[in-house]
Design a protein around this ligand. Sequence first.
Ligand code: NAD
Length: 369
Amino acid sequence: MNSRKTFRVAVLAGDGIGPEVMTEGLRVLETAAAKHGIPLELDHQLVGGAAIDAVGRALPPETLAACEAADAILFGSVGGPKWESLPAAEQPERAALLPLRKHFGLFANLRPAVCLPELTHASPIHPRLVEGGFDVLCVRELTGGLYFGEPKHITIRDGEECAVDTMVYKASEIRRIAKVAFEAAKGRRGVLTSIDKANVLQNGVLWRRIVTEVAQDYPEVALNHLYVDNAAMQLIKNPKSFDVVLAENLFGDILSDEMAMIAGSLGMLPSASLGAETGGGSTRFGMYEPSGGTAPDIAGKGIANPIAQILSVAMMLRFSGGFEAAASEIEGAVRSVIAAGLRTGDIHTGDNALVGTSEMGDAIVRAMA
Ligand code: NAD
């Protein structure tokens, strides 16, 4: 992106800890923009439960219009106990998140699960398995498979209720997400593990065949295939052996949460959901959000970890803005603050300094100076 062109961001903070961590994310974004001469335009909009309370729907038309006019969406998180009794189709996640992904064709979900060497104690698995930290990237297909296939309903068959979900993947959908994963692996350690269930599902047979075809264009990347059940075990047994993990929608949803857990705290992990590349350029529209939810158990207490939101800002600057230097600087500032011993409650142990949401944001902004 031309650094003089305005970088427009639709800001959707949402519910629970969403607005708390978003405040820190925006401070970091504005600091990076000032330092790197990025002309930033922010458009704050309602989403999720906050939008239901204010205007009666989780994704109001004004919010969608603001997203359409933007280069990227910076998202907090949505949902919470207050809205759980609404009909399923009106609930914040179902009525805001899934439509946003579908509307903008955000087919590629990138979730880095990074466990910094200083934070291995936060991982629930044996210390010897995560010693020195690890860095796995999950590339999940986000707009196909069981979540969107039709028919999808609960019906009556042979006199009893029967639920139907449909798993459908077109070869073109598999090919485009595979390319994203191979490109990512090329810029990392060059190892790609593709996940499927080819021993049982026709979807898995096609998935494996297309991924293997795409691999011909990436001789520098070592491809291996794992059945999803084996992958779930191997991730716990030896997380450091993985580099990039490629999975369809449902398997990626489950495995990326497993990776997040192994990495320690959800509060550390960002995500990017990307659409197609536009105009032959290297930037693309995307939605950026922490991997966790609204954390109702700690919302309003000022203790949430803002790092997932802050690292989501870095991913946004990189993928939708092309501002690599600003993105790397934010990631470096986060690492230096962790190395200096600052910890929010979710990653705190021993003698480290326990800080709240805004103190962590302050420290990261200071480290960027
Ligand atoms: P959650 O991710 O909100 O919380 C799980 C645990 O992780 C909690 O103990 C929480 O305190 C902790 N946690 C999460 N983020 C943290 C942070 N930044 N700092 C410190 N600790 C953090 O998952 P949940 O409890 O299953 O869901 C709560 C609500 O969030 C539900 O309504 C759910 O539907 C919604 N949700 C929304 C999204 C989204 O908007 N993308 C994603 C997941 C869940």
